[in-house]
Design a protein around this ligand. Structure first.
Ligand SMILES: CC(C)(COP(=O)(O)OP(=O)(O)OC[C@H]1O[C@@H](n2cnc3c(N)ncnc32)[C@H](O)[C@@H]1OP(=O)(O)O)[C@@H](O)C(=O)NCCC(=O)NCCS
Length: 149
């Protein structure tokens, strides 16, 4: 995490977020949906920036509801994996949500996505249920939750 900073995302980061999203095995967000999210006051995105190149190397997004937030995206550039970037993004998001008095965070994760499940478990998210055949390929989702208050 040397030389990486975390900052609120805006539309100036859109192309770089999409560039990472395009590399993912299971792409979740389209260009239009990222754009809509970045312009919507009920969603909140953070980006991780490599200060040496000024490049976006990771991002996290969530939807803000009344008492809780739903994480809708988190990813790290393939060249920057396993350096603590997703953990830092999650921790920074949690801090922001705590300041907004959000009580808990929910997310869905593919049951096959061991890196992500490990990441969330390490940061004290608990599996609360599963949703059968949740994804397009009929894979199940684990629903995970963390209480902030
Ligand atoms: C999941 C993902 C965001 C993790 O990003 P990252 O920046 O590499 O994560 P971190 O370096 O902060 O890792 C934190 C913890 O996650 C777990 N983890 C990360 N990568 C892992 C891997 N390849 N295998 C197993 N566990 C892994 C580990 O517990 C790790 O802690 P450790 O380094 O002490 O072992 C990244 O692999 C990714 O972008 N995946 C594709 C998109 C995706 O699946 N997003 C989640 C959608 S629900």
């Amino acid at each position: 995490m040397n030389n990486i900073s975390i900052t609120k995302a805006d539309v100036s980061h859109l192309n770089q977020i999409e560039a990472i999203e395009k590399t993912l095995e299971h792409r979740n967000l389209s260009y239009d949906s990222i754009k809509k999210d970045l312009e919507n006051e009920n969603t909140y995105y953070l980006v991780a920036i490599d200060n040496t190149t000024n490049k976006v190397v990771g991002y996290i997004g969530c939807e803000l509801l009344v008492e809780h937030a739903d994480i809708t995206a988190v990813a790290t550039d393939k060249d920057y994996l396993k350096q603590g970037i997703a953990s830092s993004l999650l921790k920074a998001l949690e801090q922001h949500l705590q300041e907004k008095q959000i009580e808990s965070i929910f997310l869905e994760v593919r049951t096959s996505n061991i890196p992500a499940i490990n990441l969330y478990t390490k940061l004290n998210y608990s599996k609360i249920s599963t949703r059968a055949k949740y994804y397009d390929n009929l894979e199940d989702a684990n629903i995970m939750k963390k209480d902030l208050i």
